[in-house]
Ligand binder design. Structure first.
Ligand SMILES: *Cc1c(COP(=O)(O)O)cnc(C)c1O
Length: 426
């Protein structure tokens, strides 16, 4: 068969392909549900673009100060509508997810305020932003304190603990939708809405911010529709659709977004400055594609969970669980497993497929890390990518895939490498 031969020419054995196809066949129902979410979200994006009369002139580049950049301003209105929020900042000057989160936090906090995390420790890079780990320029240095409430053993919010933690200083509660590289479950928009409603009953003026990274378009609603005052994310993850070459977004209430804008540029300038430098088209077009791209990545994650769970490897989320983000972890239990998996993902890439990733001592990590990414945009994790720290329990974290067919090839290629290396369930 032509298709089989094509897989063979890419180094996938008949045995691996047949196994993969059988797994895929069993996932028809799940894939249909994902397609339905994507269909809804696609229409939602088109509606927001139509309502804001997006036109070709919006793709023009602005330079210098970027005053009167109608394309940028319209893009921000589209984001605000999509998230059912009052306002949005969507900018190439927000350099990454971490930077957007930093701007949202520092713009809305003043000395003496306190941050509360109701889901235990936040994402690694935020530890330094907040000053949980000492860091030059952290919010801690500016007199902002921090408190966290651990999740309960079943991964749910500790409402009693949250009630006790909220005090007269608590200004922002920051909720992380995705588990990131943790082992807890990710939160649904509904769960996020519940914890926000609970906290606001105790303190109505509390600002509730959601780190929305990896969560956009996985469901049909977003956290701002469930009461969040701000939702924040990266454009080289879900909402950039693989086309945005840089950027971040902050959506939310007018007051919160204005304060973030004054922090991003300067007091007095706010959102009026910030040239889009010709990136508007990729931001609009990436957003247009994002619902389908996220669906493709989700299919890849579910496929991987089912492939590796059948072979006896622990996977989080498991093969049947509902998804709230696009991250999948697979525990190999051996260094060789982690390396073979990542080398397989790399070998399936459209870019840099010929390089062999090896573990290396990355700054900021306490163990060597191996990373696989053959991406068009550096570090883009909406593109098929994987990484794993070389330490117990020897798990890889994997996400992305702009197309389902690429995700499928990547996972088959990883399985081929795992099989070729003779790696079995430990
Ligand atoms: C990726 C991520 C971040 C940070 O985003 P960067 O763009 O890597 O700086 C923050 N929080 C979560 C949950 C993430 O997944």
């Amino acid at each position: 068969m032509e298709l089989e031969n094509m897989y063979t020419s890419l180094g996938i054995s008949r045995q691996v392909l047949n196994f993969g196809n059988k797994v895929e066949e069993s996932l028809k129902g799940r894939f249909r549900a994902i397609d339905e979410t994507a269909e809804y979200n696609q229409l939602k994006v088109i509606k927001a673009m139509q309502d804001n009369r997006v036109c070709e002139a919006h793709f023009a580049a602005s330079t210098g100060y970027g005053y009167n950049d109608f394309g940028r301003d319209t893009l921000e209105k589209v984001y605000a509508d999509l998230f059912q929020a009052e306002s949005a900042l969507v900018r190439p000057q927000l350099m990454s997810g971490t930077h957007a989160l930093h701007v949202a936090l520092s713009g809305n906090l003043r000395p003496g305020d306190e941050i509360l995390s109701p889901n235990g420790k936040p994402y690694d890079t935020l530890e330094e932003v907040i000053g949980i780990r000492n860091s030059t320029g952290s919010l801690k240095e500016y007199g902002v304190s921090y408190r966290q409430v651990e999740l309960l053993a079943d991964g749910s919010f500790d409402f009693d603990g949250i009630e006790k933690a909220i005090n007269e200083k608590t200004k922002i509660m920051t909720i992380q939708r995705s588990k990131g590289y943790d082992t807890r479950p990710s939160f649904s928009v509904k769960q996020i809405g519940e914890v926000i409603a609970f906290a606001k009953k105790i303190k109505p003026e509390l600002i509730c911010m959601v780190d929305n990274c990896y969560g956009e378009f996985v469901e049909t609603t977003e956290p701002t529709q469930a009461g969040a005052d701000m939702a924040v994310g990266s454009l080289i993850k879900n909402p950039g659709g693989g086309l945005a070459p840089i950027g971040g977004y902050i959506v939310g209430t007018q007051a919160c977004i204005d304060r973030a804008a004054y922090r991003l540029s300067a007091p007095g300038l706010g959102r009026e400055v910030g040239a889009s430098l010709g990136l508007n088209q990729s931001f609009f077009q990436g957003l247009f594609l994002a619902p389908v791209v996220v669906a493709n990545a989700l299919k890849g994650a579910i496929f991987a969970a089912n492939v590796y769970e059948r072979l006896g490897f622990p996977v989080v989320p498991n093969s049947r669980e509902e998804r709230h983000d696009i991250i999948q972890s697979i525990t190999f239990g051996t260094k060789e497993g982690v390396i073979a998996f990542c080398q397989g993902i790399q070998a399936a890439a459209p870019v840099d497929s010929f390089v062999t990733p090896e573990p290396w001592d990355m700054p900021g990590y306490d163990a060597p890390v191996i990373m696989a990414a053959g991406a068009f945009v550096q570090g883009s994790s909406i593109e098929l990518s994987a990484d794993g720290p070389i330490k117990e329990p020897y798990a890889v974290y994997f996400q992305g895939g702009l197309t389902w067919y690429h995700a499928k090839l990547g996972i088959l290629k990883s399985l081929q490498k795992v099989c070729d290396a003779g790696i079995k369930r430990y």
